[in-house]
Design a protein around this ligand. Sequence first.
Ligand code: NAP
Length: 250
Amino acid sequence: ENNDMSLQGKTAVVTGGGSGIGRAIALQLAKDGAAVSVWDLNGDSAKETVTMITEAGGKAIACTGDASAADNIASSADTTRKAFGPITILVNNAGISGFTPFMDISEDMIDRMMSINIKGPMLCCQQIIPDMLEAGWGRIVNISSSSAQTGAAIMTHYSASKGGIVAFTKSLALEMAAKGITVNNIPPGFVDTPMLRKSPVDIDKQAEVSPMKRPGSPEDIATACAFLVSEAAGYITGHTLSVNGGRVMP
Ligand code: NAP
């Protein structure tokens, strides 16, 4: 069955699943039948996502920790395996943004950006891919950003990190293609989340100039992600699936 969208029997990890896009992805994957492990720095928000899933009849646990720290990643993966068995779906969604003119960006700011937005996803992949190799099946989705496609002033360190994620996606996809593991990325842009609300972006003004006259919703990203991690998307790998209401047509 290569048209199957069900995730029944599968175990998924969603990093940054306590808020915004990550929470919507966690809810959607659980709705589609996966047992979901919600990883987040913020333990309370991760638990909130878990409550939402279990109240809707799904299966989930929360793991609190930094998804860019090797020891946290290893312990969260172990907790997940103990609860739900081998992990064959990984969504690298945790990330930070940054709005600073290039000449004012400090070395520490660059290090933090690259650590959370690039090193974290790479370490999570290294931790979880052995489960996928053992199963002969796996799905990885990395959340990048439309800023990697268009460029974004005062976001050089951020867009560089997300451009890195797009290139990492393609390279890992090639390395894993013969093993039953697909690796894709979704570059959101202008999605109504706590991250966007905290940013200098004027949401109403941006909505006015966007083709659909509205920001994206976290659910818009989540349904695309659910497709990419399904059986149905098995021949799609290394792909950048733009979900942006027509704002960017690369
Ligand atoms: P969000 O509302 O800020 O959610 C991100 C979540 O990730 C938060 O719960 C955050 O925890 C958590 N997190 C941050 N660093 C972490 C770490 N090191 N380990 C574990 N969890 C961590 O952001 P969002 O808008 O949903 O963004 C999700 C992803 O989409 C990010 O990768 C972002 O770059 C990307 N994106 C978003 C947009 C947009 O328009 N919203 C556009 C392009 C790309 P805390 O709250 O405790 O920090």
